[in-house]
Design a protein around this ligand. Sequence first.
Ligand SMILES: [Zn+2]
Length: 113
Amino acid sequence: MSGPYNLKYIHLFVTEVSPGGYILSRNGRMADRVGRADHNLADDLHREAAQGKYRYFWFEYTPSAAAAYGLECAWYHRYHPTDNPEHPSGPLGTESACPVKGCQVVTVLQPRG
Ligand SMILES: [Zn+2]
């Protein structure tokens, strides 16, 4: 993971089109929110930046959306970000078990009833 970087200058740091995980912060020290991009990290970071809630970010490229989900989960459990109300859910249409030991979360769309 690299950072913290200023969210105004995403293009200087995120130069590859790649899935990945990111952490957003208001003060550059605390992880306030974790997220992931299934396709293009820069796109998702620009979307977050446009909302103006955060000033800093860290990021890491991953080879696939599934790997990005794993990273997002690991960070979610490590940092307990206050702005993530719920455990991350996996990429749409795939069955994704949280890779963190002791966590029982499996996100998969299941028929109700
Ligand atoms: Zn988990």
